[in-house]
Write a protein that binds this ligand. Structure first.
Ligand code: MSP
Length: 552
């Protein structure tokens, strides 16, 4: 049974032949921020109760897609077996994700036996249910690349109609035996599901795109590729037929299920969300749900597709060699901090339906506005005033919530959580909108300081019990409590800087306390009057826009 409180989130599994770059990092970061928010929301405790003693309630899966043809050729070019080559590169992806602070719960590799054995089971089950048949596949074959090209790609080849889009050699019409999945049988059911669940494919533009293509109907699709004599033993063989292997995309999609198809993890199914880029939407929004319907498994809650990063206005490509590589991101992290890189990608990235530009000038602008002059400056102002006026101890709030300015802090901060606040934004998978609530809160604190002028009041206040002193105490209590809350709300994007800030504030959340309780302004988990606030060093040093961009 699906556990109501579990939350299973996935990223695509990445082609093991690639070097990690901003695209891979971005999708994985989105999933990580979402998972971190979900853990924060529920106090991060594991699911209690029978069936799931060790498995965390929020479960983030990522991994590598290893059975592509190219792995075999690249491995050979490096004098390695496919397995050795895949081991080496999968380790690079794993390390990349560790370096950018991804808290994944599992890393799936499609070459692992725990996956391949499940793929065989699923294919057998599809066969048993009559959803797979042996048929003829006929299409345009590119002899120079040893792969089929779709009709439209063949017609629109940049090297001339019906030539290889890569090398320009003439394509040949070729027919071969393949196993087919009866995708056509699921078109109606799938369309009904998409109609009934407006949030199944997000954002809306992507949903409309899929619905538009579905109007043309669905053909059956090959789920296998023939094995030629002399081919390396790589991939999953079709059951009871040594001449075919499972098509790499089908093999790959099954990873989402195989990873949790064990007695300890079964309750995690179905996933809350699959995160991915728009380039692979069709596989996830049409083929994958159809396979699941054929297997009689519940469908994922949402397919969330983002757009693409370009670099300084130019599309990134192998031929231009202009990828924002992992190494470049780490060079930015070295200078501005990892959390700053995460913040930039998460808040300026292409989560909607338009592409986003990775631009150095923009990076510096956002870094200074949101971080150095934003939360960083706000926290240090508040810590400095508390240090100066109250010897570094949190003052009393005197039970006054809306004085001396018009802001009712309890009301206002409740609004950042509820009514259109973080809960709803993350529920809708709108990560940037969720994170921006923390930025709004920082701006509220800054405005409050400008309006109430605590530094002026400090000049006029008298000893204990003096009215001005009480006023200043209330103001700085509100500021300190506001910063605590802002740190919580920003923590899914910036886990290390915000836990540093929370620990300076003496407010590291106890495990097991859900966000709604933690975030109650002045509630049981608020900053404690009398507790010490440590000033510490600047969380984010101001960046000089004139300084040259980091290089990898
Ligand atoms: N192996 C398949 C996915 C199988 S999932 C069952 C694959 N792998 S990939 O290595 O090419 O990674 C694709 C994903 O990387 C995209 O869906 C997208 O998430 C991300 N990106 C790759 N380039 C990108 C950009 N330039 N910008 C943003 N993300 C992009 O496809």
């Amino acid at each position: 049974m699906h556990h109501a409180d579990s939350c299973y989130i996935t990223t695509p599994i990445y082609y093991v032949n690639d070097r990690p770059h901003i695209g891979h990092c971005y999708t994985t970061l989105l999933a990580d921020a979402l998972a971190r928010f979900e853990r924060l929301r529920r106090g991060s405790g594991p699911i209690s109760g029978p069936g799931a003693p060790q498995v965390p309630a929020v479960f983030l899966l990522t991994g590598t897609d290893e059975h592509a043809e190219k792995v075999v050729t690249s491995a050979a070019a490096h004098g390695l077996s496919p397995k050795e080559w895949a081991d080496r590169n999968a380790a690079q992806f794993r390390l990349a994700f560790e370096k950018i602070g991804i808290a994944f719960d599992d890393f799936m590799r499609t070459s692992q036996a725990r996956h391949t054995s499940k793929v065989l089971e699923y294919i057998r089950e599809l066969q048993r249910r009559g959803h797979i048949y042996l048929g003829d596949y006929s299409g345009w074959f590119d002899p120079s690349q040893e792969e089929y090209v779709t009709e439209s790609a063949a017609k629109e080849s940049p090297k001339g109609p019906y030539t290889s889009p890569v090398t320009g050699v003439p394509l040949v019409k070729r027919t071969e035996k393949n196993y087919f999945f009866r995708l056509s049988a699921f078109a109606e059911k799938l369309r009904a599901h998409i109609d009934a669940n407006p949030a199944f494919i997000l954002p809306e533009a992507r949903r409309n795109e899929v619905l538009g293509r579905l109007r043309d109907g669905l053909g059956d699709i090959p789920v296998s590729r023939p094995i030629a004599a002399g081919d390396a033993d790589w991939g999953v063989r079709m059951p009871d037929d040594p001449n075919h292997r499972v098509y790499v995309w089908i093999d790959a999609l099954f990873n989402y299920l195989s990873a949790v198809d064990t007695p300890e993890r079964r309750h995690l199914w179905p996933p809350r969300a699959h995160l991915l880029g728009k380039d692979i939407l069709w596989f996830h929004a049409v083929i994958w749900p159809s396979l699941l319907m054929a297997l009689d498994r519940p469908l994922p809650g949402a397919i969330v597709a983002h757009s693409f990063w370009v670099r300084e206005g130019v599309k990134m490509s192998k031929s231009l060699g202009n990828f924002v590589t992992l190494e470049l991101l780490l060079a930015y992290a070295q200078r501005y901090s990892l959390d700053a890189v995460r913040w930039y990608l998460l808040t300026q990235g292409p989560q909607g339906n338009t592409d986003a530009d990775f631009s150095h000038a923009k990076f510096v602008e956002v870094y200074n506005a949101d971080l150095a002059n934003g939360i960083g400056n706000c926290a240090s102002r508040v810590a400095n005033m508390i240090d100066k006026y109250f010897a570094g101890r949190v003052p009393e709030h005197h039970g006054v919530w809306a004085q001396p300015s018009g802001v009712d802090w309890r009301e206002a901060t409740r609004g950042l959580i509820h009514n259109d606040g973080v809960l709803e934004a993350f529920e809708d998978f709108e990560i940037e909108r969720g994170l921006k609530q923390g930025v709004r809160l920082v701006a509220m604190i800054d405005n409050y300081i400008s309006e109430t002028r605590p530094f002026s009041i400090a000049k006029e206040m008298g000893g204990p019990g003096d009215a001005k002193r009480k006023q200043l105490e209330t103001i700085l209590y509100h500021c300190a409590e506001g910063v605590r809350l802002a740190a919580l709300l920003l923590s899914p994007a910036m886990p290390s800087k915000m836990s540093e800030l929370l620990s300076r504030w003496g407010s590291v959340p106890e495990p097991g306390v859900p966000l709604e309780e933690l975030a109650a302004f002045g509630g049981p988990h608020a900053v404690k009057p009398g507790a010490t606030i440590a000033k510490g060093e600047a969380l984010f040093m101001r960046a000089d826009p004139a300084e040259a961009a980091p290089t990898a």
